[in-house]
Design a protein around this ligand. Structure first.
Ligand SMILES: [Zn+2]
Length: 101
Protein backbone atom coordinates (compact mmCIF):
# COMPACT_ATOMS: atom_id res chain seq x y z
CA UNK A 1 0.00 0.00 0.00
CA UNK A 2 1.49 3.26 -1.13
CA UNK A 3 0.30 6.28 0.75
CA UNK A 4 1.23 9.85 1.43
CA UNK A 5 3.59 10.18 -1.52
CA UNK A 6 1.97 13.38 -2.71
CA UNK A 7 -0.24 14.23 -5.62
CA UNK A 8 0.00 14.72 -9.36
CA UNK A 9 1.46 18.12 -10.21
CA UNK A 10 -0.58 18.18 -13.41
CA UNK A 11 -4.11 17.15 -12.41
CA UNK A 12 -3.85 17.07 -8.61
CA UNK A 13 -4.87 13.42 -8.31
CA UNK A 14 -3.52 11.37 -5.43
CA UNK A 15 -3.82 8.28 -7.58
CA UNK A 16 -0.09 8.02 -8.33
CA UNK A 17 2.39 5.19 -8.17
CA UNK A 18 6.15 4.99 -8.10
CA UNK A 19 7.48 4.55 -11.59
CA UNK A 20 11.24 4.07 -11.62
CA UNK A 21 13.93 6.72 -11.55
CA UNK A 22 15.12 9.31 -14.01
CA UNK A 23 18.71 9.68 -15.20
CA UNK A 24 19.73 11.67 -12.15
CA UNK A 25 18.35 8.99 -9.84
CA UNK A 26 15.28 10.85 -8.63
CA UNK A 27 12.12 8.89 -7.92
CA UNK A 28 9.53 9.31 -10.64
CA UNK A 29 5.80 8.83 -10.35
CA UNK A 30 3.11 7.89 -12.77
CA UNK A 31 -0.33 9.43 -12.41
CA UNK A 32 -2.96 6.83 -13.08
CA UNK A 33 -5.54 9.45 -13.96
CA UNK A 34 -3.80 11.69 -16.50
CA UNK A 35 -0.86 9.38 -17.27
CA UNK A 36 1.65 12.11 -16.47
CA UNK A 37 5.07 10.78 -15.57
CA UNK A 38 7.24 13.08 -13.52
CA UNK A 39 9.39 13.73 -10.49
CA UNK A 40 7.62 15.07 -7.47
CA UNK A 41 9.84 17.13 -5.26
CA UNK A 42 9.13 18.41 -1.81
CA UNK A 43 8.82 21.99 -3.05
CA UNK A 44 5.81 21.13 -5.15
CA UNK A 45 4.22 18.72 -2.72
CA UNK A 46 3.87 21.39 -0.06
CA UNK A 47 2.39 24.80 -0.82
CA UNK A 48 4.42 27.80 0.31
CA UNK A 49 1.99 28.70 3.11
CA UNK A 50 2.10 25.16 4.49
CA UNK A 51 5.86 25.17 4.38
CA UNK A 52 6.12 28.47 6.24
CA UNK A 53 3.65 27.24 8.84
CA UNK A 54 5.73 24.12 9.41
CA UNK A 55 8.97 26.09 9.65
CA UNK A 56 7.37 28.46 12.16
CA UNK A 57 6.16 25.50 14.19
CA UNK A 58 9.71 24.16 14.20
CA UNK A 59 10.97 27.33 15.84
CA UNK A 60 8.28 27.07 18.50
CA UNK A 61 10.35 24.12 19.71
CA UNK A 62 7.97 21.58 18.31
CA UNK A 63 10.94 19.52 17.17
CA UNK A 64 11.26 17.51 14.00
CA UNK A 65 9.52 14.45 15.40
CA UNK A 66 6.66 16.59 16.63
CA UNK A 67 6.32 18.08 13.16
CA UNK A 68 6.13 14.62 11.67
CA UNK A 69 3.25 13.77 13.97
CA UNK A 70 1.36 17.03 13.50
CA UNK A 71 1.91 17.79 9.83
CA UNK A 72 2.75 14.34 8.45
CA UNK A 73 5.84 15.77 6.85
CA UNK A 74 9.13 13.90 6.73
CA UNK A 75 11.72 15.37 9.07
CA UNK A 76 14.23 14.96 6.25
CA UNK A 77 12.07 17.24 4.12
CA UNK A 78 11.92 19.83 6.89
CA UNK A 79 15.67 19.60 7.35
CA UNK A 80 16.14 20.36 3.66
CA UNK A 81 13.85 23.39 3.89
CA UNK A 82 15.72 24.65 6.93
CA UNK A 83 19.04 24.37 5.13
CA UNK A 84 17.75 26.27 2.13
CA UNK A 85 16.04 28.95 4.22
CA UNK A 86 18.69 29.30 6.91
CA UNK A 87 19.73 32.87 6.09
CA UNK A 88 16.22 34.13 5.50
CA UNK A 89 14.95 32.56 8.73
CA UNK A 90 17.82 33.99 10.77
CA UNK A 91 16.98 37.42 9.39
CA UNK A 92 13.23 37.03 10.04
CA UNK A 93 13.84 35.91 13.59
CA UNK A 94 16.09 38.87 14.32
CA UNK A 95 13.36 41.19 13.08
CA UNK A 96 10.78 39.42 15.21
CA UNK A 97 12.84 39.84 18.34
CA UNK A 98 13.51 43.49 17.63
CA UNK A 99 9.83 44.25 17.15
CA UNK A 100 9.00 42.62 20.49
CA UNK A 101 11.38 44.79 22.45
ZN1 LIG B 1 -2.45 13.46 -13.04
Amino acid sequence: MIKNIGFCTKCGSENIVKNGHNVSGQQQYLCKDCKARRVLDSEKRYPKERKEEIIRAYFERTGLRGLERIFHVSRHTVTEWLKKNERKIACDRRNTYQSKE
